[in-house]
Design a protein around this ligand. Structure first.
Ligand code: ZN
Ligand code: ZN
Length: 305
């Protein structure tokens, strides 16, 4: 065999790359692939996120503790980051002391605190807070945890959301997200409305069965959510997750914390992972949904009852 004469360029541990052909950006990480996958090989060392295993994680940077000082939720830098300074950073938040998937108020409170801290370091960033639960959703560890990836550069999709929301604001003198939530209530796609948070199925979302949580108060950034909003969100989302009965799901936040009025209204999307992405989705970037949003809202109402 002939030895390849191609020279492989030196690459940093992580970098943000832009495809000169499509303009798409991607995060390249040489360490991300080294993380263990509990779903493929049951690790005999035990769960690294359970209480007592703190020495197996990087040094803690924040936590929520109970009256005796024991942690209820804790945050630390991701051991296998997708991005590193100065491009941004990648944190991991353990949401609960319990090993089974469960949303806790302590965990959700720490999400808000870590988003605030990220905006302190990168004031113009759009921090991406997300949870992968189950192998189909991209998780590699079972213990409930959430990740925060903060990029020092704008995210093209979120810039597009901001531009469209601003255009809507200029035409209608109204927030597009507030309007969307109101329409859902009048068109039978509402799933639940509490004092501070509404949950509904958007009429034209990209994913089947997507459930959206939105604060009734028009507020740009999750980092500015108040305690009552977090209480309502936690209680509702916890019931939705229980309704999924162990099936894989993703939770992710959208919202531009720096947007001018009308440009952003924070919201959380919960997407059950019933299928994986196939050729059409990879080729076109478009998703095919099945069923109607009204059927999906009815299903969520039953699951959360
Ligand atoms: Zn555990
Ligand atoms: Zn709004």
């Amino acid at each position: 065999m002939r030895r390849s004469s191609f020279r492989v360029p030196e690459r940093p541990e992580t970098q943000i790359v832009e495809d000169p052909i499509s303009g798409d950006i991607a995060l390249q990480s040489r360490v991300r692939g080294q993380r263990p996958n509990e779903f493929r090989h049951e690790d005999e060392a035990g769960c690294p996120f359970c209480p007592g295993a703190e020495s197996q994680t990087p040094k803690e940077i924040a936590s929520v503790v109970d009256g005796s000082g024991a942690w209820l939720a804790r945050a630390f830098p991701n051991k296998y980051p997708a991005v590193t300074p100065p491009d941004g950073d990648h944190e991991l938040i353990v949401d609960s002391t319990a090993h089974a998937e469960e949303l806790t108020r302590a965990g959700v409170g720490l999400w808000r605190e870590r988003q605030r801290a990220a905006l302190g370091r990168y004031p113009n960033a759009m921090p991406v807070l997300f949870k992968n639960s189950g192998e189909l959703a991209g998780a590699t560890i079972r213990h409930p945890h959430t990740q925060l990836i903060t990029l020092s550069r704008p995210i093209p999709r979120w810039e597009r959301l901001r531009a469209r929301a601003l255009a809507y604001w200029e035409r209608n003198a109204a927030c597009v997200w507030c309007e969307d939530a109101r329409q859902a209530r009048s068109e039978g796609r509402s799933v639940e409305t509490a004092a501070r948070i509404a949950a509904y199925v958007p009429s034209r979302s990209r994913y089947p069965s997507l459930l959206r949580f939105v604060p009734l108060r028009c507020s740009a950034a999750f980092s500015e959510a108040d305690d009552d909003e977090l209480d309502d969100f936690t209680a509702m989302a916890r019931r939705a997750i229980r309704g999924l009965n162990g099936s894989a799901f993703n939770i992710f936040f959208e919202g531009d914390p720096n947007g001018p009025p009308g440009a952003s209204h924070w919201h959380v999307d919960l997407v059950p992972r019933e299928s994986t992405f196939a050729g059409f989705e990879l080729a076109s970037g478009l998703h095919i949904t099945s069923g109607t949003p009204e059927e999906s809202a009815e299903r969520w109402r039953r699951m959360m009852a």
